[in-house]
Design a protein. Structure first.
Length: 141
């Protein structure tokens, strides 16, 4: 899994060189060069070219938002497929523990095991759409 760039250590109102900025956010200078090719603006009137902190921060945030996958209420995210799918056969196991509900099912495409936590308040709606096998801890019965 690729390492995620850090944005916590970035100080406002500063400009950094490519090497300083790469070290600051914890990525290689090669990754940083790819970011500038992807549209991270450089202040190239200076030598070495400088990067404004606000540009750097918004580039990293936009990159993270672009990677997020929206999952519908009854869809589960499958890591091997890198997409969200409905569970195979519309069936899922449902484990209730207090206010926490964990859905476990098989991916509808690759049949790998997928899990998803949902809130107890969403359970009635999920139950209408999926065939759930509900288990509760024995203390609650
Ligand atoms: Zn899958």
């Amino acid at each position: 899994m690729p390492k995620q760039a850090r944005i916590n250590g970035i100080k406002s109102y500063r400009c950094y060189t490519k090497a300083e900025a790469a070290a600051l956010v914890g990525v290689s200078t090669r990754t940083f060069s790819n970011w500038t090719k992807d549209g991270l603006p450089l202040l190239d009137a200076y030598y070495p070219p400088l990067i404004r902190v606000n540009d750097l921060r918004s580039h990293i945030v936009a990159q993270r938002e672009g990677r997020k996958v929206k999952t519908g209420l009854c869809e589960l995210y499958c890591l091997p497929c890198r997409k969200s799918h409905l569970p195979a056969g519309g069936m899922a196991d449902c484990k209730i523990d207090g206010n926490k509900v964990m859905l476990t099912a098989l991916c509808g495409v690759c049949e790998g095991i997928v899990c998803k936590p949902i809130s107890l308040s969403d359970l009635p709606e999920v139950r209408c759409k999926l065939d759930l096998t509900i288990t509760q801890p024995e203390a609650a019965l």
